[in-house]
Every structure is written in C-alpha cells, then in structure tokens.
Design a protein around this ligand. Structure first.
Ligand code: AMP
Length: 541
C-alpha cells in the first residue's frame, strides 16, 4: 500500500470543516483590519531563503526541501571535462565528492594528494557571509574541519570576478576564479519553509512600495524537514500576515506592531481559544546586535566546550542562534547568558516601550520574555510568540516579529515591516478540545429520495434532480438519493448524511406537485406544495 510520506497527512472530512471554520473566521478578521490576500509560489529560489531567513538558522541549514533544476549538462559532466582538460595533470589523486544535501557545505570538495579544494558555484552567491563561514569553519572542531580546509577556494563565477576577488583578499582567503564558458549553473529551488521571504520578494519585484502601506495575508502549506511528532509536520499550514511599506508610510511605527498583536488577540478570542500567553521581546536593531553578539561570544567562549555541537558552531558563527537550542543540558548555560534587553539602544527601547503602552491601553495582556529571539535571522525589534499550554512540547501556536532590514538584504528598498505566522495545524489542535467538526459543519437540510419505477427505467430521478437543482439554487444544502434505493435504504442514507428532512419524490407527488416532507428528528410528515418547499425547509419545522 502506498502511504502519505512521513511527516505529511491527509486532512479528511469532517475535520476539514474545522479548518474551513478557522479560515473563514480568520478571513473575516483580516477584512475588519483591512488586510488583503496575497498568494506567492510554493517554491522559490533557494537563495531567497538563504539570504532572507539566514544561512545559520536551523530552517535553512537543516530543514529545507531543496532540489536543483538542471540546465544542460550535469554538474558532474561539466566538472569532469573541466578537470580533465585543465587541472588533471596537477592533481595526483582525484577523488571528489559532490555534496548537495547539506547547505552548510560547499557544492563540491575536491580532494587531492596534498590538499582539499573547495568549490562554490555562482548560484550560491559568494558574499561576505560565505567568506565568514569559511573562516569560521576552519576554527570549529571536527568533523567538519577535517575535510573543510579551504586553503584554496575555487569559485566558478559567471559574472566578473572582481567582487569575489576583493572580498577574498580582504579576508585573507586564497581564491582562484575560473571561468567555465558555456557552464550554466543549475537553478536551486526550495519548497517554502515560511512565507515572509516570498512576500517581501514579491513586494520588491512588483514595486508594491508605490502603494504605500501594504497589509497582506496568505494561507497555505509550508515545508520543513523536521522530525515529525504531534503538532510538528513536514508539510504544515500557516496563516501569515505582513504589514510592509516604505518608511514614509509609517510601516516602522510601534502602532503597527500593536495593531498586529491586538489583531492576533482578537483572532484567538474569536475562535474561542482561551488560555493563550503572549510572550514579547525586542531583539533590537543591527547596531544593538553587534554589541550583543560580542558580549555573547565573550560569554560563550569559556563555556561553549560544554555545549552541544550545534551550539559550539553557533557560538562562533551566529551566537544569537544559541537561544534556539533545545538540548536540555545546555539550558542552564543559556540561562546565564547576557540578554538582548540590556543592549537596546535608545530608539529601540522607546519603540518597545511604545508598543507595550498601546497593548496596555487596548487591554491585550503580555509577558516579557527576553530569551525569545525566534529561529529566523531577519527579526529586528519586536519579536513575539503566542503559546498555549494544551499543546504540550510544541506549544507555540504562532510567532512573528518586525523585520526592518529584510527588504534591503534581498536587494530591495528600505521597507520596514512586521508580520506573523500562525501554525494552522496547532490552531486546529487547540480548537479541537472545544469545537467539534460537527458543530461547525453544515449538514444537509434535506435528502431527496426518488421512489418508483417508470417504463423508461429513469424512474423519478429526473424529477428529483430538477427539484434538487431548484432547492440548491435557493441556498439549501441538498443530498440527492437514487431511484435504485428502496424507501428503507433512503431513510438510512438520509440519517447517515445527517439530513434534517427527507423529501419523497414519487409518481403521485410529481403528478400533484405536492411532496411528502418528513422531519427526521420529530418524525412528523407533511405534504407540501412545491412552491412552499423552500420556506417550509428553511423554517426548520
Ligand atoms: P515559525 O515560522 O517557525 O515562526 O513558525 C510559526 C508557527 O508555525 C509556529 O508557532 C508553529 O505554530 C507553526 N509551525 C512551525 N513549524 C511547524 C511544523 N513543522 N509543524 C507544524 N506547525 C509548525
């Protein structure tokens, strides 16, 4: 039997009624707050997430579903012919492995008798972060370092290489740039692990800045290669909203942060989810981050040896990410680390204070959690999560924050923004304790049962179909039976469908244009002339 892949699942009726209920409620709320829908592709260029979400985040480093869309000869073929023609003579023992899966590694490592050559392809843009990574990896412990020794960084560039050369020289990385005429780097694509990067890409691509402040939402699947467990899937659904615009549109104002948070409180309340906690923090701006990272690095230096391998790496490459660590043994160490709250500059502190003031004024309760940094690099200033006790270990229903520099880091104009992503799977899970699918599902108002044969064999089916069409056009929910059913079987089918009435369409009824209508709950049966049917069914008697 072919089963759904690990970490994915089918959403079946009647559970889908709950999902529809959630989405309909959410759409109503977005309308009230003047948000409009945006739909972006489910896959994007890998570079978007690498640059937007951050190379060092768990999402990008470990969890993306990435593949390459080849163009022309495969990489291996291209490389073989290149090496054969040019470099083979120099290299005694050619033993190379292509490493595509793990994005923290280069595309290709060529092992020679005396050295390792590290090959990066143009598609994975070589930027400051790449060079930093290479330098950092040299310092980090094995196993990475024992093969990752980039004394020589070999870059296959399609574009003029002066930038790469300058960058490498400035960083003391030896570099050799080789042009491969005719080489077309394969396009690396990734199933979206989150929505914000794609929305900001669309904002830049379509110059949405010209519209001033954009308030948009989207609902759809996201993909992360995580270890599946309750409340954590590899394909999951998010309800995402963003407020983004040029600075002149007021997109950086604390009132926008508060509006988003108040919207979320309203949304959860409207859905009937009680007992949530809003955890709030400010992660500052890049200026604060430089100081904070320095302090973190210094604090981590004497203790990092005791931490998990991920933290040891993060301590060097991106110390903020240490706060994402879930390893229990590391928590006491992390608890003692400096907190970003002590490093906020004056404007960031004021911004954060203003957000809190508005929240108090509108009566949205929150707690400050200065450990909250969120697992994505793009956040600035306000960062938040709503948690719900009933969800267990995976207790975050939703999270979000401000990302004032994201557009620039994707090559766009300054476009401060703030947004959130609700985990719809978890929202539905917490809802299920209170709301049953049945309670939000619209059952059939009426089951139409055609009865009795005619000479042509069609029986009362045509009449029943005509009647069903009429009633459905008047917005009744109608289930249509079939001539082949006996009366008893029709009743059973009507009960199973949860219909309120059964309507008998027999020869006599059609002749008199008056139909037997039976209320399945009370057992009361009446004859109703065709013109009165809709009123009678709608009145629910
Ligand atoms: P994030 O984009 O990581 O901030 O996630 C936002 C929300 O999406 C989280 O608070 C979760 O509710 C939900 N979420 C994230 N990852 C998963 C997953 N693998 N399965 C189900 N829900 C998830």
């Amino acid at each position: 039997m072919i089963k759904a892949p690990r970490g994915t699942r089918d959403l079946l009726p009647p559970d889908t009624a709950l999902w529809n209920f959630v989405e309909a409620t959410v759409r109503d709320i977005f309308r009230a707050y003047n948000f409009q829908e945006i739909r972006t592709p489910i896959f994007e260029s890998t570079e978007l997430f690498a640059r937007g979400v951050g190379e060092e985040t768990d999402i990008v480093a470990k969890e993306m579903f990435t593949w390459e869309e080849g163009r022309g000869a495969t990489l291996q073929q291209q490389m073989s012919s290149f090496w054969t023609s040019k470099h083979l003579a120099e290299i005694e023992d050619l033993d190379w492995h292509v490493v595509f899966e793990n994005r923290r590694r280069p595309d290709l490592v060529v092992k020679t008798a005396t050295n390792y050559l590290v090959v990066e392809f143009k598609r994975r843009t070589i930027n400051q972060a790449t060079i930093d990574n290479i330098k950092q990896f040299r310092k980090v412990s094995p196993p990475i370092a024992d093969w990752y020794d980039p004394r020589l960084l070999l870059v296959f560039a399609e574009e003029p290489s002066s930038f790469v050369r300058r960058l490498a020289a400035a960083n003391g990385v030896e570099i050799e740039v080789i042009d491969m005429p005719g080489y077309e780097a394969p396009e690396s694509l990734t199933l979206r692990p989150e929505a914000t990067a794609g929305i900001v890409r669309a904002y830049i691509e379509h110059n949405l800045a010209s519209r001033g402040l954009n308030k948009v939402f989207c609902i759809g699947p996201m993909f992360r290669r995580e270890r599946p467990q309750k409340g954590r899937y590899r394909q999951f659904y998010q309800i995402d909203a963003e407020i983004i615009g040029p600075p002149a549109s007021g997109s950086d104002a604390p009132s926008r942060d508060a509006e988003i948070l108040e919207l979320l409180a309203t949304l959860l309340d409207r859905l009937g989810i009680t007992g949530w906690t809003l955890e709030l923090n400010s992660v500052g701006c890049p200026n604060d981050r430089v100081k904070f990272n320095e302090a973190l690095r210094a604090a981590l230096e004497p203790v990092k040896e005791k931490m998990c391998a991920d933290c040891q790496r993060r301590a060097v490459t991106n110390p903020l990410r240490v706060f994402d660590c879930k390893v229990p043994e590391d928590q006491p160490i992390i608890d003692k680390l400096p907190r970003i709250s002590h490093f906020l500059d004056e404007p960031c502190r004021k911004h954060f204070d203003a957000v809190q003031e508005i929240l108090k004024a509108v009566g949205v309760p929150f707690v400050i959690n200065d450990r909250l940094v969120r697992g994505l690099d793009y956040y600035t200033r306000t960062a938040f999560e709503f948690t719900h006790g009933a969800l267990g270990a995976q207790n975050a229903i939703l999270g979000g924050g401000r990302y004032d520099g994201l557009s620039e880091s994707l090559g766009g104009p300054a476009a401060p923004g703030i947004g959130f992503a609700i985990g719809e799977d978890r929202l539905v899970l917490s809802l299920q304790q209170k709301v049953t699918p049945e309670s939000v599902l619209r059952k059939p108002d009426v089951y139409i049962a055609p009865l009795g044969q005619t000479k042509d064999g069609a029986g009362m089916n045509p009449e029943a179909a005509r009647l069903a069409r009429e009633l459905r056009q008047r917005d009744l929910v109608v289930e249509l039976g079939d001539e082949s059913f006996r009366l008893k079987k029709s009743f059973e089918a009507a009960e199973r469908a949860g219909a309120k009435y059964i309507l008998i369409v027999g020869e006599n009824e059609v002749k008199s244009d008056t139909f037997a209508l039976k209320n399945l709950a009370t057992g009361e049966q009446v004859s109703v002339p065709r013109p009165d049917l809709v009123d009678r069914i709608q009145s629910g008697r």
